[in-house]
Design a protein around this ligand. Structure first.
Ligand SMILES: [Zn+2]
Ligand SMILES: [Zn+2]
Length: 228
């Protein structure tokens, strides 16, 4: 028995060194992470910490009550977090007027229908260089051959049904190239441009959202197209 024990122990002892090294590397990563987190925490504290509060939002602790451990954040943590979230939400939905943009008619940039009932969303801005298909129904074409920023408004449904345009915070992404495409497409119903919804099984046939609705076309919300 003793011989077996002696034979086995050197083998076990031979293994630790590489494990030790791994552990040391891991510790280094953790330290870097900690330092980085600490820097961010300080930045958030500086910006969002309530001015009246005396306690800094510091390291959270475990609090054990009735044998159950819960994380207890220090001082004004909840307040700091809600201030941070509010700030980012406000920034995301902030509307900024861009005075260098060409003013346009208060009509939907896709279906041409004017926003009599103040139902249009916007203004959104799109810079075209150059505009291949100028929307004369919105505003006069400028004579200068330089990049033009134009103000545009949309019906909620018209924007929602426009392929490859996505709402990101307060902005519509990919608007410039898509508008150029939509303004080149004529609606199969009303014959005006700005048609964005492709008609299934009909090549190069597009319609406006209200036109599709008026004609009783079946709209397929998963594919952003319709059946005539
Ligand atoms: Zn519209
Ligand atoms: Zn139409």
């Amino acid at each position: 028995m003793e011989i077996v024990k002696n034979e086995a122990s050197p083998e076990v002892k031979a293994k630790p060194p590489p494990r030790k090294r791994r552990k040391a590397q891991k510790k280094k990563v953790e330290d870097d992470e900690y330092t980085e987190n600490k820097i961010f925490a300080n930045m958030i504290n500086q910006k969002f910490q309530p001015k009246s509060g005396r306690k800094k939002d510091e390291t959270p602790m475990f609090e054990v009550r009735n044998g159950r451990a819960t994380i207890k954040n220090s001082g004004n943590h909840e307040q700091t977090v809600s201030r941070t979230l509010d700030y980012h939400m406000n920034k995301l939905f902030q509307w900024e007027e861009q005075s260098d943009a060409v003013e346009s008619a208060y009509s939907c940039a896709l279906c041409h229908i004017d926003g009599m009932k103040r139902e249009l969303f916007g203004p959104y801005y799109a810079t075209h260089n150059p505009v291949k298909h100028w929307p004369t129904f919105l505003t006069k074409k400028p004579s200068a051959k330089k990049p033009v920023k134009i103000e545009v408004w949309f019906h909620g449904s018209c924007a929602l049904w426009a392929p490859n345009v996505h709402l990101h915070g307060s902005q519509l992404t990919n608007l410039e190239p898509q508008l150029d495409i939509f303004w080149s497409q004529t609606c199969a119903v009303c014959r005006k441009n700005g048609a964005s919804i492709p008609v299934q099984n009909k090549k190069n046939t597009f319609v406006h959202y209200p036109c599709a609705q008026n004609k009783g076309y079946k709209l397929d919300e998963h594919a952003l197209l319709c059946n005539s």
